[in-house]
Design a protein around this ligand. Structure first.
Ligand SMILES: [Zn+2]
Length: 244
């Protein structure tokens, strides 16, 4: 994981232990935001620059920054991450972004420290990434319940609404020859409503599973609606149809 992080432009020292996946190492906002930009950019990292160009009073360009782009992830890997982080805004910790008025396809991740001293949200749409950090210079509680979603996400929504104003909402591009399917993590087959753990996975066209999970066919997991059967689902009489 640390080598992935380096390729994506994280320069802060990461502690290479298992807790890294939980977000225990501290990185600065610019590094983190630019790393998420790799996902937004289909795997291509563009090193951040502060000054685009320097001109004299007559408009003569004295110096110009060059953007350096490098493919550090495959488009498929970048889109897999995007798919996972889209669900954060659809039904995860950042779902309130929708209620706050940001409705375009977007992906992102919240961050909250145990003691509410830092609140983060980094999120992106195709073509734009924004990172928000809320906290104090000195480690100090922001306030009770000040999670990334509560403190940072509303700021992100304001910035992104302004940044994307007048632009039509865009879907994240899917690399050609790639299809996405919701699969059961345990069996790797297409997910049923009863599958306890599912994820969206990308497949090369033609290699995607076509059969449904044959292990979790019983009772639907709690809190999930029992799917209704449609007329076309079965030719058996209604009272003989399988009930989930
Ligand atoms: Zn299953």
């Amino acid at each position: 994981m640390t080598s992935y992080a380096k390729r994506m432009g994280i320069k802060s020292r990461l502690l290479p232990d298992l807790s890294l996946a939980l977000g225990t190492s501290e990185v600065n906002l610019l590094e983190l935001t630019s790393a998420y930009g790799v996902f937004a950019n289909q795997g291509v990292r563009v090193a951040p620059i502060y000054i685009l160009s320097v001109e004299d009073k007559n408009g003569k360009v004295l110096e110009q920054s060059r953007t350096v782009a490098e493919e550090v992830l495959s488009p498929e890997t970048a889109l897999t991450m995007t798919s996972m982080m889209e669900s954060v805004l659809e039904n995860g910790t950042a779902a309130s972004a929708r209620a706050l008025g940001f409705t375009a396809p977007a992906a992102g991740k919240t961050g909250t420290t145990d003691d509410y001293t830092d609140a983060w949200f980094v999120g992106y749409v195709p073509g734009a990434v924004t990172g928000v950090w809320v906290g104090f210079d000195r480690k100090q509680k922001i306030g009770p319940g000040m999670t990334g979603a509560a403190a940072a996400l509303p700021i992100w929504v304001d910035v992104m609404l302004a940044a994307t104003k007048g632009r039509p909402a865009q879907d994240f591009p899917v690399p050609s020859g790639v299809v996405s399917r919701l699969i059961c993590v345990e069996t790797g087959l297409l997910a049923n409503p009863a599958c306890p753990s599912t994820e969206i996975e990308l497949f090369r066209e033609g290699s995607e599973p076509t059969g449904y999970c044959n292990v979790h066919t019983g009772t639907a997991k709690p809190q999930q609606e029992t799917p209704d059967f449609h007329e076309t689902d079965t030719e058996a009489p209604a009272d003989e149809r399988l009930r989930l």
